[in-house]
Design a protein around this ligand. Structure first.
Ligand code: DC
Length: 201
């Protein structure tokens, strides 16, 4: 039976890690919807018009190994403001959400716009400083960040854009369970998420 778990929240709050663990726990498929916007953002950086890119996204676009850079993250947040880009990505996300064997989708607007009927909704957040520290620890060893202050400024710029856009702004759904991971380790955050989903099953 379809069962949709919507996991929203700001950049680097731990959504990806929690979503993968929750999907594995319940045996559900997982879609990182940020990857769709990153793939469109990367194509914009390569010279394509964002709306055209969103309307012609391929599996190959989604499987590239250069979608996790800070430049692509900012580009993703910029193309995500464009309503036609969001509209082009809607059907794919909704179809994924209703697959027969259960689905976890993580993003910014899953519980509010993509799947307002999701059986379980989580909003995963943490302070901007903690999120920047975590993102810096992830990017620095790959040579993708050299300075914590820059990462913090990037996180804040994305928060600002993602929360204040007119179409599908980042905000918790009214019926979302809020999980603040600022003082939780990964195991605690995953356990809190599983408990919240179990309460809806
Ligand atoms: O989750 P992420 O950091 O990979 O997302 C990259 C950007 O994509 C994010 O800053 C805003 C946009 N995004 C969105 O607008 N809606 C989603 N459901 C997922 C991501």
């Amino acid at each position: 039976m379809p069962f949709t778990i919507a996991i929203d929240g700001p950049a680097a709050a731990g959504k990806g890690t929690i979503s993968k663990a929750v999907a594995a726990h319940f045996g559900f498929a997982h879609l990182d919807t940020g990857l769709l916007y990153r793939a469109v953002g990367r194509r914009m950086l390569a010279g394509d018009a964002p709306i055209d890119a969103a309307q012609s996204l391929t599996q190959e676009d989604l499987e590239r190994d250069d979608l996790r850079t800070p430049e692509v993250a900012q580009a993703a947040s910029k193309v995500a403001v464009i309503s036609e880009v969001r509209a082009a990505l809607l059907d794919f996300q909704r179809a994924f959400a209703r697959r027969a064997d259960g689905a976890v989708l993580d993003g910014r607007d899953i519980g509010t716009v993509i799947c307002p009927e999701a059986e379980a909704k989580l909003f995963v957040t943490a302070s901007a400083e903690i999120r920047a520290q975590r993102r810096f620890a992830e990017l620095a060893p790959q040579g993708l960040a050299s300075n914590l202050d820059e990462v913090l400024a990037d996180v804040r710029a994305r928060d600002e854009r993602d929360m204040n856009r007119a179409d599908a702004p980042l905000k918790p759904a009214k019926d979302a369970v809020i999980i603040d991971t600022s003082t939780l380790d990964i195991a605690e955050a995953v356990a809190a998420a599983i408990t919240a989903v179990d309460a809806r099953r």
